[in-house]
Design a protein around this ligand. Sequence first.
Ligand code: URA
Length: 431
Amino acid sequence: MAELFAAVEIIAAKRDKHEISDPQIDWIIDAYTRGVVADEQMSALLMAILLNGMNSREISRWTDAMINSGERMEWSALDRPTVDKHSTGGVGDKITLPLAPLVAACGAAVPQLSGRGLGHTGGTLDKLESIPGWRASLSNEEMLSVLQTCGAVICAAGTGLAPADKKLYALRDVTATVEAIPLIASSIMSKKIAEGTGALVLDVKTGVGAFMSDPDRARELARTMVELGTRAGVKTLALVTAMDIPLGLTAGNALEVRESVEVLAGGGPSDVVELTVLLAREMLQAAGVKSDLDPADALKNGTAMDHWRRMISAQGGDPDAALPVAKESMEIVADSDGELIDMNAMKVGIAAWRLGAGRSRQGEKVQAGAGIEIHAKPGALVREGQVIFTLHTDEPDRFARAQEALEGALRISNTGQKVARLPLIVDRIEG
Ligand code: URA
């Protein structure tokens, strides 16, 4: 059968800063998924989009075309509204782990399809896979059953969900075209809309440890995604939040699970608790759930922990099993007395990755116990020789490269000097 368009004409149109039409977008996404449009042609189009952008009609149609490349899930069998959260990723960002069971404990259903980490930010599935027995891959029937019995499920997206995005994302990764706002927004939102959630809260990270370090670019990404969700009938809002320093006191898979369990037990670092409770309130409001139980109380009274234990067990995990611990550790100490005024999230993320907590190629294995414990955060007064980081890995030859990554990560001042910090919540964007 003859093809409707020639890829080269669509590439030339975007190269010359013209709009591409709805039928052209539908065709190119479908033809690329079918293998009719070659990788080199799609690479050229992606670069033209990165350089020349897309308007909101084009972004919306591009998103729809990616949704239509696969299945659309639906949760009408559930007796309560669905709501999900998506974070654009950051260092120490383990919020999904306590958040999903917490929101379930307060009355909404949370169907959370998550990913594995690539680069310096960790992936939720890698973190949960450090729990002995826990299984990320579920069939759609198993997903529904876990949601019905536990109120929340965190699992891998199946191959049937937005397959065009899977192919495009892999291509963007190797062609320096990840950073385009229209491509990021359509990639994230196609999966979230296809997942079938009724409401969605986006946590768009900004600061040196985030993918969108500039707050204005993060706001633009947030607005673009909120617009896409709202147009698709999903109640969507976004918080733009700080990722200039790591979140919490751990970065690394099992270390972050341990910290999440501390939060579910009513303790944990104050920034993790604050963001978890705030996102939970936003999710419940977006889902239209009026709960008698406030999320802060559900962390204190054990109901969120009960939901976590059920959710982990339902996916084969043992919530009581000891978490893996790395074989080797090394301490990094303060080199002077003074106030700790900065801790570079990107450098900490890269160090954790080099210790084995993250992967540099898709499919690579990660170490469950690898990562970094943080013993002091900016604002603390420290003494020369005081331990600031403990590095963990199974392979001691990784320490040198991690130490290299941490060079200049800390700033200690004894002159009262301050570093401008981002507030935890930078902005809130609603549809
Ligand atoms: N996460 C995604 O799913 N897609 C992107 O493009 C970027 C981050």
